[in-house]
Design a protein around this ligand. Structure first.
Ligand SMILES: Nc1ncnc2c1ncn2[C@@H]1O[C@H](COP(=O)(O)OP(=O)(O)OP(=O)(O)O)[C@@H](O)[C@H]1O
Ligand SMILES: [Mg+2]
Length: 170
């Protein structure tokens, strides 16, 4: 089973994937350097070749977690989207030294639930799960992700909505 561990930058994908390495094979898609087409200077982000990654994962067998904010664009069995309240996400991204424009872009994407919406488009609602990482121990969030992989607990189907946060910005 291929599992996409996705979410807006700063929601906790790498942190949680590192914990899950104890029990699962984890592939960090950014390690496929050949998949990087170019660096978008304007958005300060790499643009990756999804078709190339599709070829790479084709031969993979067993339970494998694919970690990246674009892993849900691949033909996975389930997508687990990490979520974070925009106020908390701002703090996490500021700590990294991200510029205001990049912070805004990511907060908007998170408030809109962009990655969840994309994941549902690709895979259908019953294959997309969300874990809220706001005010939660990283170990607890990792246990929830593992629980979803094992049980596909419908309690974690998409339901998080931070839309009202956007209204506060205007
Ligand atoms: N419950 C939680 N789960 C995951 N991370 C958390 C949680 N609570 C706080 N954090 C913190 O949030 C930050 C998440 O950063 P991390 O690098 O894991 O994000 P990411 O999703 O991999 O981002 P990127 O897409 O840019 O690689 C870490 O500093 C982590 O300690
Ligand atoms: Mg990461």
């Amino acid at each position: 089973m291929l599992i996409a561990l996705t979410g807006t930058p700063g929601t906790g994908k790498t942190t949680i994937a590192k914990i899950l390495e104890k029990n699962y094979e984890v592939i960090y898609l950014k390690d496929f350097k050949d998949a990087i087409l170019y660096h978008d200077e304007d958005r300060d982000a790499d643009v990756v070749d999804i078709e190339y990654l599709k070829e790479k994962i084709k031969k993979m067998r067993g339970d494998i977690i694919l970690e990246a904010h674009y892993s849900h664009e691949l033909p996975v069995d389930i997508a687990i989207v990490l979520r974070c309240h925009p106020e908390e996400l701002r703090k996490r991204l500021e700590k990294r030294g991200y510029g205001e424009r990049k912070i805004r872009e990511n907060l908007e994407a998170e408030a809109m639930g962009l990655i969840t919406a994309e994941s549902i488009n690709y895979h259908g609602k019953d294959k997309v799960f969300e874990v809220d990482t706001t005010k939660k121990e990283v170990e607890k969030a990792a246990r929830e992700v593992e629980h979803i992989i094992k049980t596909r607990d419908r309690k974690y189907l998409p339901r998080i909505n931070y839309m009202e946060e956007i209204l506060k910005w205007y």
